[in-house]
Design a protein around this ligand. Structure first.
Ligand SMILES: [Zn+2]
Ligand SMILES: [Zn+2]
Length: 327
């Protein structure tokens, strides 16, 4: 099979011809139809995340059809369409797994990081961590739901009961969450880089009632804010944008250092927290909602062989919506 491989020495992936993997117990093999490109993939290839398996096939927004099942597997037949997210394995026995917080598992496996992912024609995954997907949907349109959608949804849930939400960084995750949150009656305020008029217009077309630069004055104190951009300097700005008791959720796996800020910005019970990974329950709840409120994902497809171009375009913030690889 063709696969784009990260060897740990350079951020540039290499096209390789590899043997088609065989599924083991609890595993299924998937013929990949599409695989989204996530900012986390950049953090892996750029060395911000330091413990990848090597060599690694990245990619954790996989849509495909089951093509073979491991020994003793039942319930999944060949041809069945599934989605594969970032959470690829948990131990099932640590204190977090036992407390329904498997996103924090002490011995996890992550698709496209510590486990091979979907920048390939085939991948083998643990069947207990995949989600059923609609048989008739466009695989390219579905792919960004598997991480941008899911992690955005988990970050949104962590905001609590809210009527207004600020979103810092309007990329793949934001463009999905904006639509979902609007369906649920939440008013959206979108913050982008100064002068990024295209992103601000994009946010408005998806239902944001206000869009501006991250350092613009906030029109009104917000109930909560989510930071998707990997920029620590946004944390003090977001804290200033929320009302007393408001929450700021950091939605990314990596962020540049957070500058110091006066305690008064946190005072009055403002809360700052991060969101890590996902649970399978998040996935079930999210795909139920997507079924109820269809999401229009904006995607830019690239042939699998052009994965490096897709990563570069994401790094340069040239994308509106999500890049998706098609093998
Ligand atoms: Zn565990
Ligand atoms: Zn991701």
């Amino acid at each position: 099979m063709r696969a784009m491989v990260f060897d740990g020495t350079s951020p540039v992936l290499t096209l390789r011809d590899m043997p088609i993997p065989e599924p083991g117990p609890h595993q299924v093999r998937i013929r990949v139809e599409a695989c989204g490109v996530c900012r986390t993939d950049l953090h892996v290839t750029d060395g911000d995340l330091t413990e990848p398996r090597l060599p690694l096939i990245p990619g954790h927004e996989i849509v495909g059809r089951i093509d073979a099942v491991g020994p003793g597997m039942s319930g999944f037949g060949p041809g069945y369409r599934v989605g594969v997210p970032w959470l690829g394995h948990t131990c099932g026995s640590c204190q977090y797994c036992r407390a329904d917080r498997e996103n924090l598992c002490d011995a996890p496996g992550f698709t496209g990081y510590t486990l091979n992912g979907g920048y390939a024609e085939y991948c083998v995954v643990d069947a207990r961590f995949v989600f059923a997907l609609p048989d008739d949907g466009d695989p390219v349109a579905l792919a960004p739901l598997l991480c941008a959608g899911l992690i955005g949804y988990r970050a949104f849930r962590l905001c609590g009961e809210i009527k207004t939400l600020g979103i810092y960084g309007f990329g793949a995750a934001a463009h999905i969450l904006c639509q979902l949150a609007r369906h649920m009656g939440v008013r959206i305020f979108a913050f982008t880089r100064e002068g990024d008029v295209a992103a601000q217009d994009f946010a408005r077309t998806l239902g944001a009632e206000w869009a501006g630069a991250s350092n613009d004055p906030v029109p009104e104190p917000l109930d909560a804010a989510i930071i998707f951009a990997p920029v620590g300097a946004l944390v003090p700005l977001a804290l200033k944008s929320v009302r007393k008791g408001g929450r700021v959720v950091c939605g990314g796996i990596h962020m540049s250092d957070i500058p110091t800020f006066p305690y008064s910005d946190l005072w009055e019970e403002r809360q700052l927290l991060s969101v890590a990974n996902l649970t399978r329950a998040d996935g079930a709840a999210f795909f139920d909602l997507v079924h109820q409120y269809p999401i229009d994902t904006h995607t830019v497809p690239y042939p699998l062989e052009n994965a490096n171009a897709a990563l570069n375009d994401l790094r340069a913030s040239k994308l509106q919506g999500a890049a998706v690889l098609v093998p």
